[in-house]
Design a protein around this ligand. Structure first.
Ligand SMILES: CSC[C@H]1O[C@H](OP(=O)(O)O)[C@H](O)[C@@H]1O
Length: 359
């Protein structure tokens, strides 16, 4: 068993092939941006933060192999390759924000006459490598703040949490976002039980979240997506914690398909609903969630499990990979800077952030 989704050392990148989990642990080499695009698009690696990190590391690996000596050409190559990587999956914003920041860095390094081509390459690659470290630091902070927020609102000593999809070490550089909150609750000895949804059709919950929870001996039960209402009716769920692929400026949140209906059920039962996401998942350039592009995935992901067909041949399918939960259903957004209500986001994002619309 391995929870290390990304294996990297300078010049060498491998990703855990999550299509084969939980039965097979196999790492796939990523030797450049073509490989990076493919492993992201095929969902061999997935999860908004992991997509950004693997995409950018694939560029770092390729850049170190190039013998380009002209900074202007290097800058142009970098911009083109980053835009290509962003096209692998449209909904998660993390890779777009990372690309914007790296293009800004490349422009700065290119314009600085005191920076040699080798210094350009070295500083650019270090900037990407730092993403691995920062992501884990951010996730630990998200875990801490989320744990505190949930325990502050819990009446009895122990808590019962529902989560959807996979937001753990397999979706990030490590520790996880919503699953990071669950790990922090477990470390606080206040976690009574976790319920994770199967998360059809890719089954991130049954195949990945269950895998992480069993691996760390966290008390958990797998439920079918359609059981969420019955679970809240029969069990005293303390809170729901989910991840995010793109949070709009007003707090509307795009996350794995099924999140929206969980939020509706949570509202009906008076269960607090939290989104756990780093600031790099917040897109301040979008005023609301109805402007978030929702990826539609191949029918086969619904009609088959592996090679085995489970749906009648000839039936048409609709397979959006995400839905948008409106801000009025969200109790709080747990970030590495603290927990905020949706309408506080505009005060949290740094004014010089790449995504703050320039007035
Ligand atoms: C911290 S991962 C965020 C997000 O990404 C997952 O989607 P996918 O498995 O399709 O990449 C899911 O929506 C998680 O909540």
């Amino acid at each position: 068993m391995s929870l290390e989704s990304i294996k990297y050392k300078r010049g060498k990148l491998e990703v855990l092939d999550q299509l084969l989990l939980p039965l097979q642990t196999k790492y796939v080499k990523v030797e450049g941006v073509e490989d990076g695009w493919k492993v992201i698009n095929k969902m061999q690696v997935r999860g908004a933060p992991a997509i950004a990190i693997v995409g950018c590391l694939s560029l770092a690996v390729e850049l170190l192999k190039d013998d380009i000596e002209d900074k202007k050409i290097m800058r142009q190559e970098i911009e083109g390759k980053l835009n290509y990587l962003v096209s692998a999956r449209p909904t998660a914003v993390n890779i777009k924000l990372a690309a914007d920041e790296l293009i800004n860095l490349a422009n700065t390094l290119n314009a600085d006459e005191n920076v040699t081509p080798n210094e350009f390459k070295e500083r650019f690659v270090i900037s990407i490598e730092n993403m691995l470290i920062k992501d884990i630091e951010d996730n630990k902070a998200i875990g801490k703040f989320g744990c505190e927020a949930i325990l502050n609102n819990a009446n009895d000593g122990s808590v019962r949490i529902l989560t959807h999809c996979n937001t753990g070490s397999l979706a990030t550089a490590g520790y996880g976002t919503a699953l990071g909150v669950i790990r922090s609750l477990n470390e606080s000895k206040k976690l009574e039980h976790v319920y994770c949804t199967e998360t059809r059709p890719y089954n991130q919950g049954a195949r990945l979240t269950a895998y992480e929870l069993v691996h760390e001996k966290i008390p958990a039960t797998l439920i079918v997506d359609s059981m969420v209402s019955a679970l809240m009716y029969t069990r005293n769920i303390t809170a729901v914690v989910v991840g995010a692929d793109r949070v709009a400026a007003n707090g509307d949140t795009a996350n794995k398909i099924g999140t929206y209906q969980i939020a509706i059920v949570a509202k009906h039962h008076g269960v607090p609903f939290y989104v756990a996401a780093p600031l790099s998942s917040i897109d301040m350039s979008l005023t609301s969630g109805d402007r978030i592009k929702i990826e539609e995935r191949p029918d086969r992901e619904m009609t088959h499990i592996g090679e085995h067909r489970i749906a009648a041949p000839g039936i048409s399918c609709w397979n959006p990979s995400f839905d948008v939960t409106p801000t009025n259903l969200i109790t709080g957004i747990i970030t590495e800077k603290g927990v905020f209500t949706p309408n506080q986001l505009k005060d949290v994002i740094p004014k010089d952030s790449a995504v703050v619309p320039k007035s």
